[in-house]
Design a protein around this ligand. Structure first.
Ligand SMILES: Cc1cc2nc3c(=O)[nH]c(=O)nc-3n(C[C@H](O)[C@H](O)[C@H](O)COP(=O)(O)O)c2cc1C
Length: 225
């Protein structure tokens, strides 16, 4: 098998298989597999806890011709476990002289409706990619991530049809060794439900959780004021 055809999906959500990151990443690698590439998936939070897992992470990265990192936005940045994983990779690659060409692309999703909240995290990943000698192949950036949730994208087909179109176009480009196109990014990042509806659904979700934990009357507390 040609190393260039070997894709590694790294899921960087602590929610693992029930995360939006996982749904989006799964769809993309299934498209890449249909286009003739081979893909494997690893959950970052499972790997980074122990030395054995950290070694596995580094070995998997070494074997891959293309790495796709799918993760949620946390506090305008990357989740701590993802930062840790990127630090491991950076340290490991410092010691390597002959670094082979490896592609690096990301799928990022955030809870706010607008995609621009992801811009700082995308810039961080771009710098990481350059510093470790990866070849930056682009970012797919999504808002309203909470409305996607876990499970397969195909199940939500109508609502996420533009997200799917964006992933299809991105897979086509990546499989040909090209960067993710602007067209793919645009489709992927299109708002797929009205903001008012998304906010309403979000509020219902918070209220449901507050009720579950007996915190209904505390939901408007501001303890740090
Ligand atoms: C600790 C934490 C911090 C977050 N910070 C942000 C943020 O700064 N901006 C934002 O839009 N969403 C933020 N979110 C929301 C997540 O990005 C959002 O729920 C996302 O869809 C989760 O994706 P996942 O299912 O792949 O983990 C945060 C969520 C958590 C748990």
């Amino acid at each position: 098998m040609n190393k260039n055809d070997n894709v590694l999906l790294l899921v960087g959500s602590p929610k693992g298989s029930s995360s939006t990151s996982n749904s989006l990443g799964d769809y993309l690698i299934s498209c890449l597999e249909q286009l003739g590439l081979t893909a494997t998936k690893e959950y970052i939070y499972k790997l980074i806890k122990k030395e054995e897992g950290q070694k596995k992470l580094l070995a998997k990265v070494e074997e891959a011709g293309m790495i796709i990192l799918a993760f949620p936005l946390y506090v305008d940045c990357l989740p701590a476990g993802v930062i840790k994983a990127l630090e491991f990779i950076a340290d490991h690659r410092k010691s390597k002289r002959d670094r082979e060409k490896q592609g690096f692309a990301i799928i990022i999703n955030c809870g706010f409706p607008e995609t621009q909240h992801n811009n700082t995290a995308i810039a961080i990943c771009k710098v990481f990619s350059r510093e470790v000698g990866f070849e930056w192949m682009g970012a797919l950036s999504l808002g309203m991530g909470g409305a996607v949730g876990g499970g397969s994208l195909e199940e939500r087909r109508g609502m996420v049809r533009n997200v799917i179109k964006g992933l299809d176009l991105a897979a086509q480009a990546l499989a040909e060794g090209k960067d993710i196109t602007d067209e793919a990014t645009e489709f992927f990042g299109k708002k797929f439900i009205p903001i008012s509806l998304y906010t309403k659904m979000g509020n219902m979700g918070w209220n449901k959780q507050a009720k579950k934990y007996g915190a209904r009357k505390k939901i408007k507390d501001q303890p740090y004021l």
